[in-house]
Design a protein around this ligand. Sequence first.
Ligand code: GAL
Length: 807
Amino acid sequence: MKKLFYLFILISLSAAVHAQSGRSVLDFDQNWMFNLGDVPNGQNVDFNDAGWRKLNLPHDWGIEHEFSKDNPATVEGGALPGGIGWYRKTFTIPQTDKGKLIYIAFDGVYQKSDVWINGHHLGYRPNGYISFRYDLTPYLNYDGKKNVIAVKADNSLQPNSRWYSGSGIYRNVWLVSTNKIAVAHWGTFVTTPKVSASHADVILSVSIKNAAGKTKLATVVSSIYANGKVVASKTLAGVSLKDTVTTVSQNLGVNNPLLWSVDKPFLYKVQTKILVNNVVVDQYETPLGIRYFNFDVDKGFSLNGVYMKINGVCQHHDLGALGTAFNVHALERQFKILKEMGVNAIRTSHNPPAPEFLDLADRMGLIIMDEAFDVWQIHKRPQFDSHLFFNEWHKRDLTDQILRDRNHPSVIIWSIGNEIPEQRDTSATRIARELAGIIHELDTTRPITTGNNEPGPGNKIVESGAVDLLGYNYHNNKLADFQKDYPGKKFIGTETASALESRGVYNTSPDTIQRWPGGMVVDGKRVARPMNADNTVNAYDNISAPWGHTHEETLKIYRKHAFLSGQFVWTGFDYIGEPWPYQWPSRSSYFGIVDLAGFPKDVYYLYQGEWTNKTVLHLLPHWNWEAGKVVDVWAYYSNADEVELYLNGKSLGTKSKQGDSLHIAWKVKYAPGTLKAVSRKNGKVVKITEVNTAGAPARIELSADRSIIRSNDHDLSYITVKIVDKNGIMVPNADNDVKFKLSGADSFLAGVDNGNQTSMESFKADHRKAFNGLALAIIGAKTKPGTVTITATADGLPAASLLITIK
Ligand code: GAL
């Protein structure tokens, strides 16, 4: 009883604090009406949307459709449709919000959005990746009367993107209410200019908006929290707030600071309270991680004084089967898979990410290169890409990106562009300097870079002097000479590799390194090199795009030179669109170290061996071949001196990596059975890995990445579907069509996939063929707790099921 009483006090206290805090941020994703296709006057309050589809955001309408080679986005854009979509939401404003300022905040709408409230046009925003908000206050109805928000997203002019962009309100939407005196939009900036083991200066600047119509005196109280406890606090009284925005600054010191790093990403939190007449009128939180870093011309990158390589990957924003519809759990899974591999950095190619992306990176310890543009004034796609609105919007877009993202400790580099065609145009000097100037006005604590695909002499962006870090895309052959070519300059590998693989495919000899598509010489004549008729690329790491390099080629050069501060591999995950080296019927990329479904390709273990301390011993390929075939067997290993290979108990010899090679290889005459690798260090066995010949498919095996998920309407459980033989060995070429059924608690199938770049099956179907033994089903939670059973069936195999708890 006593316990209950204290609980009651606690709840009423926290409710009071919330009410006092003056600011509310409401999830505004529920209950929107949607129509695919343009409508006249969809913004009008009395427009009849009763026949529209009801849905919750985030929403990507593209992913719900069939692939077609006729979609104007082309395979490069994912072969999915664009078009125009309308969204409407009817809502009332609670009485308690009367007299407040009320905003609607969009984290991102693809693209060219128009927003109306009660028929009044609030604004237009062409950039599909930028966050923006509108003030609804003057146009709202109160007293229980209805309000209508209408949003039109126009992604009809195609192709406008070099990758799958998705369409619609694909990120979160918030309803924000504040008092008339409140911290301005993205109105705080925290920096840590001096950090030592005993003390860190924490400088907080706070911009306060006063819309009260008269000058007010305020007190600003800022406190730093660590693990829920206040560790520093400052009060600034008598701040005169004129009828506009007033900026004040506070120096909060933290003693014995716990530093933010990729291994121990310790986070503080700054809480700022604005008081007028002793009443808290606003309470605002700013993330804080205390860290310092440096790029050294000779020694590369250091974080908190410790030299380390930036082991990064580039990522596009789609989430595989979910399309671009943002889901924090899906992103967290991607980050976990990448961190396990040893990734410590991500480049948000080639656009600003969802805000939660940076929250997660702060929390999980990832260094972020936050990129602004793929295109400036000169187009990459002739008619419709973002060059159309660069002139009018770049200043606003870049300003908003920096203001939104500059408090995140994870953000370490700003990129103002990727492979910008202006590299060869005199306009580069003016534009690069202008963009760098926009950033410097708002943040001087981070270096600026661009990804240059033509990093040699004559690069106008480099010559402009606007960038602090010289970013190379590819050009491994020039890296060793970097210090000669650019004396005194700091280096970052903005984009590397572009190697090509399909998971579980081993159909090309790995003996030579090849560039696809490419040429070869036959009878003295140069002819096109044949690629695979089934649009696959084998998973031995020996094929890359012509401008790129294999993973191993790239790792070798980056580990060799300290001044190469690090790299961002193209890419961590496969993404929808850009199916280089193929055209239709391919519709997603081959560049990923991990496939679109989240299943690692073999090279994942090469990186794990190089980028982590884990003990790796990975064997490829599978062990199901025609009798007598000579099979290339490769092993990646770490923390060992040598590896001995056995076939059915008979030793095939011991090998160790020679020269700078990062793998070992055997040619083995195939016989069914067990291929076993044993790694040893100083003669002691370190690890044993076996690959076994599989028999016929006998069972479906289901496993969940998370067996308990939350009833928050967007949590997900990823179910791996494995086709195995009677001994539980994965059947390496199994392609059984697996059908899924959910029963029990209210839930839904959020998507299915198998990582096959040429699959024309819908991501939203209730079945999926396995691809090389594996498929994926994603279960989405709704709002009710309970247990869900997923049952998987396939012709000729017994049904399998798995229980997921929704709490
Ligand atoms: C790069 C480009 C990336 C992607 C990649 C594929 O040149 O910056 O966006 O297209 O090539 O290899």
